[in-house]
Design a protein around this ligand. Structure first.
Ligand SMILES: [Zn+2]
Length: 405
Protein backbone atom coordinates (compact mmCIF):
# COMPACT_ATOMS: atom_id res chain seq x y z
CA UNK A 1 0.00 0.00 0.00
CA UNK A 2 1.26 3.44 -0.91
CA UNK A 3 1.37 5.89 1.94
CA UNK A 4 0.57 9.10 0.09
CA UNK A 5 0.44 12.20 2.24
CA UNK A 6 -3.31 12.57 2.99
CA UNK A 7 -5.34 15.27 1.24
CA UNK A 8 -7.03 16.25 4.49
CA UNK A 9 -3.66 16.74 6.17
CA UNK A 10 -2.66 19.48 3.75
CA UNK A 11 -2.58 22.77 5.59
CA UNK A 12 -4.14 25.82 3.90
CA UNK A 13 -4.27 26.09 0.07
CA UNK A 14 -8.06 25.92 0.25
CA UNK A 15 -8.56 27.28 -3.23
CA UNK A 16 -6.39 24.56 -4.73
CA UNK A 17 -8.22 21.89 -2.75
CA UNK A 18 -11.61 23.23 -3.79
CA UNK A 19 -10.57 23.40 -7.45
CA UNK A 20 -9.36 19.79 -7.34
CA UNK A 21 -12.56 18.58 -5.75
CA UNK A 22 -14.73 20.38 -8.30
CA UNK A 23 -12.63 19.22 -11.27
CA UNK A 24 -12.92 15.62 -10.13
CA UNK A 25 -16.68 15.86 -9.53
CA UNK A 26 -17.14 17.33 -12.99
CA UNK A 27 -14.47 16.44 -15.60
CA UNK A 28 -16.42 18.57 -18.11
CA UNK A 29 -15.09 21.72 -16.41
CA UNK A 30 -12.05 21.33 -18.63
CA UNK A 31 -9.44 20.55 -16.01
CA UNK A 32 -7.51 22.57 -13.52
CA UNK A 33 -4.17 24.30 -13.76
CA UNK A 34 -2.26 24.78 -10.52
CA UNK A 35 0.43 27.42 -10.72
CA UNK A 36 2.91 28.00 -7.97
CA UNK A 37 6.47 28.08 -6.82
CA UNK A 38 8.36 24.94 -5.81
CA UNK A 39 7.48 23.30 -2.53
CA UNK A 40 3.86 24.38 -2.35
CA UNK A 41 2.52 20.81 -2.29
CA UNK A 42 1.02 20.96 -5.78
CA UNK A 43 1.97 17.41 -6.80
CA UNK A 44 1.32 16.10 -3.30
CA UNK A 45 -2.22 17.46 -3.47
CA UNK A 46 -2.90 15.88 -6.87
CA UNK A 47 -1.66 12.46 -5.81
CA UNK A 48 -3.48 12.73 -2.49
CA UNK A 49 -6.73 13.56 -4.29
CA UNK A 50 -6.36 10.57 -6.62
CA UNK A 51 -5.63 8.28 -3.67
CA UNK A 52 -8.82 9.07 -1.80
CA UNK A 53 -11.24 8.49 -4.66
CA UNK A 54 -13.28 5.30 -4.41
CA UNK A 55 -12.54 2.47 -6.83
CA UNK A 56 -14.82 1.78 -9.78
CA UNK A 57 -16.33 -1.07 -11.74
CA UNK A 58 -14.89 -1.49 -15.24
CA UNK A 59 -15.73 -3.83 -18.11
CA UNK A 60 -13.27 -6.69 -17.92
CA UNK A 61 -10.78 -6.62 -20.78
CA UNK A 62 -11.80 -3.18 -22.06
CA UNK A 63 -8.70 -1.02 -22.67
CA UNK A 64 -10.73 2.10 -21.81
CA UNK A 65 -12.18 0.75 -18.58
CA UNK A 66 -15.79 1.43 -19.67
CA UNK A 67 -18.42 1.57 -16.94
CA UNK A 68 -20.53 -1.62 -17.26
CA UNK A 69 -23.57 0.29 -15.98
CA UNK A 70 -23.37 3.19 -18.47
CA UNK A 71 -23.74 1.71 -21.97
CA UNK A 72 -24.24 5.22 -23.40
CA UNK A 73 -20.57 5.93 -22.64
CA UNK A 74 -19.15 2.65 -23.92
CA UNK A 75 -16.40 2.33 -26.48
CA UNK A 76 -17.19 0.70 -29.83
CA UNK A 77 -15.61 -2.57 -28.68
CA UNK A 78 -17.94 -2.83 -25.67
CA UNK A 79 -20.92 -1.93 -27.86
CA UNK A 80 -19.97 -4.62 -30.32
CA UNK A 81 -19.39 -7.31 -27.71
CA UNK A 82 -22.11 -6.52 -25.20
CA UNK A 83 -24.49 -4.06 -26.85
CA UNK A 84 -27.09 -6.69 -27.67
CA UNK A 85 -26.84 -8.55 -24.37
CA UNK A 86 -28.94 -6.19 -22.33
CA UNK A 87 -30.20 -6.49 -19.69
CA UNK A 88 -27.37 -8.91 -18.93
CA UNK A 89 -24.36 -6.81 -17.97
CA UNK A 90 -20.85 -7.47 -19.30
CA UNK A 91 -18.19 -9.15 -17.16
CA UNK A 92 -16.65 -6.56 -14.88
CA UNK A 93 -13.82 -6.07 -12.44
CA UNK A 94 -13.20 -3.57 -9.68
CA UNK A 95 -10.26 -1.26 -10.21
CA UNK A 96 -8.52 1.65 -8.56
CA UNK A 97 -9.46 4.95 -10.21
CA UNK A 98 -6.66 5.61 -12.71
CA UNK A 99 -4.11 8.35 -12.12
CA UNK A 100 -2.08 8.61 -15.31
CA UNK A 101 0.99 10.82 -15.21
CA UNK A 102 2.09 12.19 -18.55
CA UNK A 103 5.88 12.38 -18.82
CA UNK A 104 7.22 15.58 -20.38
CA UNK A 105 9.00 13.67 -23.13
CA UNK A 106 5.87 11.76 -24.21
CA UNK A 107 5.23 11.47 -27.93
CA UNK A 108 1.96 12.12 -29.66
CA UNK A 109 1.52 8.37 -30.27
CA UNK A 110 2.14 7.58 -26.62
CA UNK A 111 -0.51 10.10 -25.61
CA UNK A 112 -3.19 9.51 -28.23
CA UNK A 113 -2.47 5.91 -29.15
CA UNK A 114 -1.28 4.69 -32.50
CA UNK A 115 -2.62 2.88 -35.53
CA UNK A 116 -0.70 -0.06 -36.88
CA UNK A 117 -1.11 0.84 -40.54
CA UNK A 118 0.95 -2.09 -41.87
CA UNK A 119 -1.38 -4.54 -40.23
CA UNK A 120 -4.34 -2.48 -41.31
CA UNK A 121 -3.18 -2.68 -44.95
CA UNK A 122 -2.42 -6.39 -44.75
CA UNK A 123 -5.56 -7.58 -42.95
CA UNK A 124 -7.90 -4.73 -43.86
CA UNK A 125 -8.46 -4.25 -40.16
CA UNK A 126 -7.46 -1.20 -38.20
CA UNK A 127 -5.33 -2.11 -35.23
CA UNK A 128 -5.30 0.55 -32.58
CA UNK A 129 -2.77 0.60 -29.77
CA UNK A 130 -4.42 2.65 -27.03
CA UNK A 131 -2.35 5.44 -25.48
CA UNK A 132 -2.35 7.31 -22.19
CA UNK A 133 -5.67 9.01 -22.94
CA UNK A 134 -7.29 5.57 -23.06
CA UNK A 135 -5.75 4.64 -19.72
CA UNK A 136 -6.94 7.90 -18.18
CA UNK A 137 -10.59 7.37 -19.13
CA UNK A 138 -12.76 7.74 -16.00
CA UNK A 139 -9.76 8.87 -13.98
CA UNK A 140 -7.23 11.66 -13.70
CA UNK A 141 -4.59 12.67 -16.22
CA UNK A 142 -1.83 14.56 -14.47
CA UNK A 143 0.84 16.63 -16.20
CA UNK A 144 3.53 18.01 -13.95
CA UNK A 145 5.40 20.97 -15.48
CA UNK A 146 2.71 21.33 -18.11
CA UNK A 147 4.37 24.58 -19.24
CA UNK A 148 7.33 22.53 -20.47
CA UNK A 149 5.17 20.18 -22.53
CA UNK A 150 5.04 20.64 -26.27
CA UNK A 151 2.30 23.18 -27.17
CA UNK A 152 0.78 20.77 -29.64
CA UNK A 153 0.36 18.07 -26.99
CA UNK A 154 -1.20 20.54 -24.53
CA UNK A 155 -3.61 21.54 -27.28
CA UNK A 156 -4.58 17.92 -27.95
CA UNK A 157 -4.98 17.25 -24.23
CA UNK A 158 -7.24 20.23 -23.75
CA UNK A 159 -9.33 19.19 -26.76
CA UNK A 160 -9.80 15.69 -25.43
CA UNK A 161 -10.55 16.99 -21.92
CA UNK A 162 -13.23 19.33 -23.27
CA UNK A 163 -14.87 16.71 -25.51
CA UNK A 164 -14.45 13.61 -23.38
CA UNK A 165 -13.34 11.73 -26.50
CA UNK A 166 -10.11 11.05 -28.31
CA UNK A 167 -9.92 11.10 -32.12
CA UNK A 168 -6.96 9.56 -33.88
CA UNK A 169 -6.60 9.83 -37.63
CA UNK A 170 -3.77 8.41 -39.73
CA UNK A 171 -3.69 7.98 -43.50
CA UNK A 172 -7.45 8.04 -43.82
CA UNK A 173 -8.01 5.55 -40.99
CA UNK A 174 -9.72 6.98 -37.95
CA UNK A 175 -10.46 5.71 -34.48
CA UNK A 176 -12.38 7.36 -31.69
CA UNK A 177 -12.80 6.28 -28.08
CA UNK A 178 -14.11 7.70 -24.81
CA UNK A 179 -11.55 9.79 -22.92
CA UNK A 180 -13.50 11.33 -20.09
CA UNK A 181 -10.86 12.33 -17.59
CA UNK A 182 -10.04 15.11 -15.19
CA UNK A 183 -7.06 17.00 -16.55
CA UNK A 184 -4.75 18.42 -13.91
CA UNK A 185 -1.68 20.41 -14.81
CA UNK A 186 0.84 21.90 -12.44
CA UNK A 187 3.55 24.40 -13.25
CA UNK A 188 6.04 26.78 -11.75
CA UNK A 189 5.69 30.09 -13.64
CA UNK A 190 9.33 30.90 -12.85
CA UNK A 191 10.29 28.14 -15.28
CA UNK A 192 8.31 29.60 -18.17
CA UNK A 193 4.75 30.59 -18.88
CA UNK A 194 2.09 28.68 -20.71
CA UNK A 195 0.98 30.42 -23.89
CA UNK A 196 -2.10 32.60 -23.17
CA UNK A 197 -4.09 30.70 -25.81
CA UNK A 198 -3.51 27.51 -23.84
CA UNK A 199 -3.82 29.09 -20.42
CA UNK A 200 -7.37 30.26 -20.97
CA UNK A 201 -8.48 26.85 -22.17
CA UNK A 202 -7.95 25.29 -18.76
CA UNK A 203 -11.33 25.31 -17.06
CA UNK A 204 -10.06 26.38 -13.65
CA UNK A 205 -6.79 27.91 -12.57
CA UNK A 206 -5.42 28.48 -9.10
CA UNK A 207 -2.30 30.19 -7.92
CA UNK A 208 -0.66 28.63 -4.88
CA UNK A 209 1.80 30.51 -2.73
CA UNK A 210 3.78 29.64 0.36
CA UNK A 211 1.67 30.33 3.43
CA UNK A 212 2.19 33.74 5.02
CA UNK A 213 0.68 32.92 8.41
CA UNK A 214 3.48 31.78 10.78
CA UNK A 215 1.09 29.55 12.71
CA UNK A 216 0.07 27.73 9.54
CA UNK A 217 3.70 27.40 8.48
CA UNK A 218 4.52 25.83 11.82
CA UNK A 219 1.65 23.45 11.35
CA UNK A 220 2.89 22.44 7.89
CA UNK A 221 6.19 21.42 9.46
CA UNK A 222 4.57 19.67 12.39
CA UNK A 223 2.34 17.61 10.09
CA UNK A 224 5.20 16.78 7.76
CA UNK A 225 7.44 15.59 10.60
CA UNK A 226 4.63 13.47 12.04
CA UNK A 227 4.12 11.92 8.60
CA UNK A 228 7.80 11.25 8.04
CA UNK A 229 8.30 9.65 11.45
CA UNK A 230 5.66 6.97 10.74
CA UNK A 231 3.93 7.32 7.36
CA UNK A 232 1.80 4.23 7.78
CA UNK A 233 0.32 5.24 11.13
CA UNK A 234 -0.11 8.82 10.00
CA UNK A 235 -2.02 7.84 6.86
CA UNK A 236 -4.10 5.37 8.85
CA UNK A 237 -5.15 8.21 11.16
CA UNK A 238 -6.78 9.97 8.22
CA UNK A 239 -8.07 6.86 6.43
CA UNK A 240 -11.66 6.96 7.59
CA UNK A 241 -12.16 10.67 6.90
CA UNK A 242 -10.43 10.42 3.55
CA UNK A 243 -12.71 7.56 2.59
CA UNK A 244 -15.73 9.62 3.61
CA UNK A 245 -14.49 12.56 1.55
CA UNK A 246 -14.15 10.26 -1.47
CA UNK A 247 -17.71 9.07 -0.97
CA UNK A 248 -18.94 12.69 -0.71
CA UNK A 249 -17.19 13.53 -3.99
CA UNK A 250 -18.82 10.57 -5.68
CA UNK A 251 -22.25 11.49 -4.32
CA UNK A 252 -21.81 15.05 -5.56
CA UNK A 253 -21.06 13.67 -9.03
CA UNK A 254 -24.32 11.71 -8.93
CA UNK A 255 -26.25 14.84 -7.84
CA UNK A 256 -24.75 17.03 -10.56
CA UNK A 257 -27.20 16.19 -13.40
CA UNK A 258 -30.07 17.21 -11.10
CA UNK A 259 -28.73 20.70 -10.33
CA UNK A 260 -31.02 23.37 -11.71
CA UNK A 261 -29.57 26.45 -13.36
CA UNK A 262 -31.59 29.44 -12.22
CA UNK A 263 -32.08 32.63 -14.27
CA UNK A 264 -30.51 34.61 -11.41
CA UNK A 265 -27.36 32.50 -11.37
CA UNK A 266 -27.02 32.74 -15.14
CA UNK A 267 -27.49 36.51 -15.01
CA UNK A 268 -24.94 36.79 -12.19
CA UNK A 269 -22.36 34.70 -14.06
CA UNK A 270 -22.64 36.83 -17.18
CA UNK A 271 -22.57 40.02 -15.13
CA UNK A 272 -19.37 38.99 -13.34
CA UNK A 273 -17.65 38.04 -16.60
CA UNK A 274 -18.66 41.31 -18.26
CA UNK A 275 -17.57 43.44 -15.34
CA UNK A 276 -14.19 41.76 -15.18
CA UNK A 277 -13.71 42.24 -18.90
CA UNK A 278 -13.42 38.59 -19.85
CA UNK A 279 -13.19 38.00 -23.60
CA UNK A 280 -15.31 35.34 -25.32
CA UNK A 281 -17.96 33.18 -23.75
CA UNK A 282 -15.90 30.29 -22.47
CA UNK A 283 -15.36 32.06 -19.16
CA UNK A 284 -19.08 32.63 -18.50
CA UNK A 285 -19.84 29.04 -19.42
CA UNK A 286 -17.16 27.71 -17.07
CA UNK A 287 -18.42 29.94 -14.23
CA UNK A 288 -21.91 28.49 -14.71
CA UNK A 289 -20.66 24.90 -14.84
CA UNK A 290 -18.42 25.43 -11.82
CA UNK A 291 -21.19 27.06 -9.78
CA UNK A 292 -23.49 24.14 -10.63
CA UNK A 293 -20.78 21.69 -9.55
CA UNK A 294 -20.43 23.61 -6.32
CA UNK A 295 -24.19 23.36 -5.79
CA UNK A 296 -23.92 19.58 -6.25
CA UNK A 297 -21.01 19.46 -3.79
CA UNK A 298 -22.79 21.52 -1.15
CA UNK A 299 -26.13 19.83 -1.88
CA UNK A 300 -27.93 23.17 -1.93
CA UNK A 301 -29.62 25.23 -4.62
CA UNK A 302 -27.39 27.53 -6.66
CA UNK A 303 -26.82 30.94 -5.15
CA UNK A 304 -24.81 34.08 -5.79
CA UNK A 305 -22.06 33.06 -3.39
CA UNK A 306 -21.45 29.95 -5.49
CA UNK A 307 -21.23 32.07 -8.64
CA UNK A 308 -18.62 34.26 -6.93
CA UNK A 309 -16.58 31.29 -5.79
CA UNK A 310 -16.81 29.84 -9.31
CA UNK A 311 -15.69 33.16 -10.78
CA UNK A 312 -12.63 33.15 -8.52
CA UNK A 313 -11.60 29.82 -9.94
CA UNK A 314 -12.65 30.24 -13.56
CA UNK A 315 -11.99 33.85 -14.54
CA UNK A 316 -8.72 35.41 -13.36
CA UNK A 317 -6.59 33.48 -15.88
CA UNK A 318 -8.92 34.45 -18.72
CA UNK A 319 -8.67 38.17 -18.24
CA UNK A 320 -6.67 40.53 -20.37
CA UNK A 321 -3.36 41.11 -18.64
CA UNK A 322 -0.17 42.95 -19.12
CA UNK A 323 2.95 40.78 -19.43
CA UNK A 324 4.10 39.38 -16.04
CA UNK A 325 0.88 40.49 -14.40
CA UNK A 326 -0.35 38.02 -11.82
CA UNK A 327 -3.24 35.75 -12.81
CA UNK A 328 -4.37 35.79 -9.23
CA UNK A 329 -6.32 38.64 -7.71
CA UNK A 330 -9.35 39.07 -5.54
CA UNK A 331 -12.42 38.82 -7.76
CA UNK A 332 -14.71 39.95 -4.96
CA UNK A 333 -12.74 43.13 -4.30
CA UNK A 334 -12.55 43.89 -7.99
CA UNK A 335 -16.32 43.53 -8.31
CA UNK A 336 -17.02 45.61 -5.21
CA UNK A 337 -14.85 48.41 -6.66
CA UNK A 338 -16.73 48.28 -9.96
CA UNK A 339 -20.15 49.52 -8.77
CA UNK A 340 -23.00 49.08 -11.29
CA UNK A 341 -26.56 47.86 -11.13
CA UNK A 342 -25.90 44.61 -9.26
CA UNK A 343 -24.35 45.05 -5.86
CA UNK A 344 -21.45 42.63 -5.47
CA UNK A 345 -20.48 42.85 -1.84
CA UNK A 346 -16.83 42.20 -1.02
CA UNK A 347 -17.95 40.05 1.88
CA UNK A 348 -20.24 37.96 -0.31
CA UNK A 349 -23.73 38.33 1.14
CA UNK A 350 -25.26 35.25 -0.33
CA UNK A 351 -28.86 35.04 -1.41
CA UNK A 352 -30.15 31.57 -0.71
CA UNK A 353 -33.26 30.23 -2.33
CA UNK A 354 -35.77 28.86 0.17
CA UNK A 355 -36.18 25.15 0.75
CA UNK A 356 -33.87 22.15 0.89
CA UNK A 357 -30.70 22.37 2.93
CA UNK A 358 -30.46 25.16 5.49
CA UNK A 359 -27.93 27.88 4.75
CA UNK A 360 -24.99 28.20 7.11
CA UNK A 361 -24.82 31.34 9.25
CA UNK A 362 -23.66 34.36 7.18
CA UNK A 363 -20.49 34.89 9.21
CA UNK A 364 -19.42 31.40 8.24
CA UNK A 365 -20.19 31.73 4.56
CA UNK A 366 -17.03 33.55 3.62
CA UNK A 367 -13.77 33.88 5.45
CA UNK A 368 -14.20 37.54 6.20
CA UNK A 369 -14.87 37.32 9.91
CA UNK A 370 -14.87 34.91 12.76
CA UNK A 371 -15.87 31.40 11.81
CA UNK A 372 -18.95 30.45 13.77
CA UNK A 373 -19.16 26.83 12.82
CA UNK A 374 -19.24 24.49 15.78
CA UNK A 375 -15.85 23.09 16.55
CA UNK A 376 -15.62 19.33 16.66
CA UNK A 377 -13.95 17.72 19.65
CA UNK A 378 -10.25 18.27 19.38
CA UNK A 379 -10.78 21.50 17.47
CA UNK A 380 -10.80 21.82 13.75
CA UNK A 381 -10.61 25.38 12.55
CA UNK A 382 -6.97 26.16 12.22
CA UNK A 383 -7.15 29.86 12.64
CA UNK A 384 -9.43 32.38 14.23
CA UNK A 385 -10.77 34.31 12.45
CA UNK A 386 -11.20 31.52 9.99
CA UNK A 387 -8.84 31.89 7.06
CA UNK A 388 -10.73 29.57 4.79
CA UNK A 389 -12.43 31.61 2.13
CA UNK A 390 -13.98 28.74 0.29
CA UNK A 391 -16.13 27.05 2.91
CA UNK A 392 -14.12 23.90 2.56
CA UNK A 393 -14.07 21.96 5.76
CA UNK A 394 -12.39 21.75 9.05
CA UNK A 395 -10.63 18.63 10.11
CA UNK A 396 -13.18 17.34 12.56
CA UNK A 397 -15.24 14.23 11.99
CA UNK A 398 -17.59 14.08 9.00
CA UNK A 399 -19.74 15.51 7.56
CA UNK A 400 -17.24 18.22 6.64
CA UNK A 401 -19.54 20.03 4.29
CA UNK A 402 -21.63 21.06 7.24
CA UNK A 403 -18.61 21.91 9.33
CA UNK A 404 -17.12 23.92 6.54
CA UNK A 405 -16.19 27.49 7.00
ZN1 LIG B 1 -15.20 -0.36 -23.53
Amino acid sequence: MQNNFPFLALVGQDKMKMALILAVINPALGGVLIRGEKGTAKSTAVRAMAALLPGQKAVDGCPYGCDPDSPEKWCSRCHELYGRREPESPPSRFRVRPLVELPIGATEDRLLGSLNLEKAMADGESVFEPGLLAQANRGILYVDEVNLLDDFLVDVLLDAAAMGRNFVEREGVSVTHPALFTLIGTMNPEEGELRPQLLDRFGLCVEVKGLADPMLRQEVIRERLAYESDPEAYVLGFAEREKELGVQIEKAGARLPGVELTDEALRDAVDVALRLGVDGHRGDLTVVKTAMTLAAWEDRPLDREMVLTAAELALPHRMRRKPFQDVDFNVRERLAEGGGATAWPAGGQATVSPGRAPAPPPSARVGRGACSWPRAPGGNCRSDPCACSLRLWCRGPPPWRRLAC
